[in-house]
Design a protein around this ligand. Sequence first.
Ligand code: ZN
Length: 183
Amino acid sequence: MKLPNIKILDEKDKTLRLISKEVTFPLAKEDKDLINDAITYLTMSQIKKYYEKYNLRPGMGLAFIQLGLPKNIFVIVEEVDEEKFENYVIINPKMLSHSEELIYVGEGEGCLSVNREVEGIVPRYARMTIRYQDIDGNVKEIRVREDISVAFQHEMDHLKGILFVDKIDKKNPFKDKEKMREI
Ligand code: ZN
């Protein structure tokens, strides 16, 4: 595998604060290429041989705005088995419903745009259903849960210019811990 030449914006970059826009179809070739590059990058970042060789931080999600483009597109690469991956390409997502139950990632969320350890609770819905378009513009629905639900909400926040660190209470990073389930 060849490491794609993509540049991921750092949290200090104000571009990350832009609100991403609806995408129209058909997608431009450059957008399709960038989707493939993001998938390849995320996959390689989760394979030891590659993350060691290229000194990558492992990550499972990237929104287009992290690559400098304010478009409602994100990609998630989930390791479902040892070095076996499932990809999600999500365009123009809309949340249709979500669980009452809240969860948080005990070890803290990570983000390829945030190059530091951040402690604290980021409340997320345990389950949610979204409507979105696939790479060909077909309208679809998906129900996600647990860590994938967290990943989807993390990426959907990026499309609104929100970073996970914004959601942590600065004075009390573990506020309301008892009201949520740790995953
Ligand atoms: Zn992120």
